[in-house]
Design a protein. Structure first.
Length: 402
């Protein structure tokens, strides 16, 4: 007997992934699956260490975990709570007054009087708080920290402007139709790709007072052997040192960084000028050639073209390089450690190369004060974030993105 077919329920069965909503869900799950490996790596090697370092900074942590002391390590660095509140609060109010002043110019006339009064209030209170708090912070805080911040500021101010100017001039030359410009670009980029420890060790030997190539060259030029600089071994401020050579007397506080730190600055400029020049070359290549042709037709000379076209249109590149340069100098460690290791203890000579990163390393490695070193690292992070914010605000209206 022939088999009879049973009626089948042909109703549509809805699933989680059916329809338009299901398609969006599938795409979202696929996207998160692709993000998962990178997110995991970011968490394990970045976010978790930062969180754990923050946890350590709240403890009296040496070789082993000690007592929980809360903000004790931060107050040891920055002074009493009152000093920190007055100083940081004053800086915050000054920043707020600056932002308010920029906003006043774009407001309607009716609101300007009220905003000006609020600006004056923030400016007075913020300035008063900073004036009252900062000197006491210097007295009650960690003297080594503030000295290290001053040395790091010297290092940054002595490095970044020269890097930017020299790399821009170099890029402008290499951008022209000169013979062998590809070879020159490679040669200038080599210092950046060279291993830092190796290149720093070579410069260390160049700066050697007796047998270093630099002093041998100076002696060849006629300088008496007893008068050649000691470079990395010289703790005298550069202003005082140069003043003594010409017969001028300057106080130490007006002398600037030590000759040892200037030696490290020269190395850093040598390392990064080629890298910055390559970045500038990319920026110069994005400038439309038609602008130069139009300026030439209008009778502009080379200086006017450079001032009114080239420099404004590479301002985003300049902003990027300045920001990265400042952040890099405040975090610099490897080459400073290698170049000064033959001089003496960390920060030698006489602590004149003790940048903030070197101070953090000293507390971590030599002092085994892991909690305090972690707190210093977060203080430095706060400084870097503040500098980045200030630079961003200063660049507003000055960076032209085309």
């Amino acid at each position: 007997m022939a088999a009879t077919k049973q009626p089948v329920d042909v109703g549509v069965q809805h699933s989680l992934f059916s329809g338009q909503g299901g398609r969006h869900l599938r795409e979202a799950l696929q996207a998160y699956l692709f993000l998962l490996p990178g997110t995991f790596i970011l968490f394990v090697f970045s976010l978790f260490p930062i969180g754990y370092a923050l946890y350590i900074s709240f403890h009296k942590w040496r070789i082993r975990k000690g007592d929980f002391i809360g903000l004790g390590n931060y107050l040891k660095a920055l002074g009493t709570p009152q000093d920190a509140i007055f100083t940081l609060g004053g800086l915050g109010l000054l920043a707020g007054s600056w932002m308010l002043w920029r906003k006043i110019k774009s407001e309607e006339p009716v609101k300007i009087t009220l905003l000006k009064a609020l600006f004056a209030f923030l400016l007075i209170v913020g300035g008063l708080g900073f004036v009252l708090g900062f000197p006491q912070m210097l007295v009650n805080g960690d003297e080594d920290l503030f000295t290290a911040l001053l040395i790091t500021s010297y290092y940054s101010l002595g490095t970044v402007p020269f890097q930017i100017v020299l790399s821009f001039l170099l890029a402008t030359v290499l951008f022209q139709n000169i013979r062998g410009k590809t070879t020159w670009r490679i040669l200038y980029f080599l210092p950046y790709v060279t291993v830092t420890v190796a290149s720093a060790a070579v410069w260390q030997s160049i700066y050697e007072p007796r047998r270093g190539l630099l002093n041998l060259f100076l002696v060849t030029l006629g300088m008496p052997a007893e008068n050649v600089p000691k470079w990395l071994f010289e703790a005298t401020p550069i202003g005082v040192y140069l003043g003594d050579l010409v017969g001028l007397s300057l106080p130490d506080w007006a002398g600037g960084p030590s000759l040892a730190l200037v030696s490290v600055i020269i190395y850093n400029i040598w390392t990064y000028v080629g890298y910055n020049a390559v970045i500038y070359l990319a920026g110069l290549g994005n400038i439309p050639h038609s602008l130069y042709e139009a300026a030439t037709i209008d009778g502009a000379n080379r200086w006017e073209i450079l001032r009114d076209i080239t420099i404004p249109l590479v301002s985003p590149t300049t902003y990027f390089l300045v920001m990265m340069g400042v952040l890099g100098t405040f975090r610099a460690f490897n080459h400073i450690y290698v170049m000064t290791s033959v001089v003496g203890p960390i920060g030698a000579p006489r602590g004149t190369t003790m940048t903030t990163s070197m101070l953090i390393w000293k507390n971590f490695w030599s002092g085994n004060r892991f909690g305090y070193a972690s707190a210093l690292a977060f203080v430095l992070t706060g400084v870097l974030m503040s500098l980045t914010w200030v630079q961003k605000r200063i660049s507003e209206g000055r960076v032209f993105y085309g």
